[in-house]
Design a protein around this ligand. Structure first.
Ligand SMILES: [Zn+2]
Length: 98
């Protein structure tokens, strides 16, 4: 008897400040990678599908992004978060709230 199935893995890649398409707020968004792996006898063998999503922490809306977009967002998060010593770039943030 062969037991097989799939198992889902969730990775949090980055947290970014984006303007939400759903609520329109410049809120923190989590960038997540969801990998579904094929398992045989409960041993994960290979990924069947890889999906990237961003989720708004303000309203909870989830949005699908492509792998390319996810990479760009991740690079953006790293570039903006680690400015090095003595040099810090300030991101523009609108203080208004609706
Ligand atoms: Zn939102």
């Amino acid at each position: 008897m062969i037991i097989f199935g799939t198992k889902g893995y969730l990775y949090q890649l980055a947290i970014l400040t984006l303007v939400c398409a759903q609520c329109g707020n410049p809120a923190a968004h989590t960038l997540r990678k969801r990998v579904t792996k094929f398992t045989l006898f409960f041993v994960p063998l290979f990924p069947v599908s890889t999906k990237y999503t961003t989720q708004c922490t303000f309203c909870g809306a989830e949005q699908k992004v492509t792998g390319e977009q996810a990479e760009q967002l991740q690079a953006q998060a790293l570039g903006g978060g680690q400015g090095g010593q003595g040099y810090r770039q300030q991101s523009q943030q609108q203080p208004y709230q609706s």
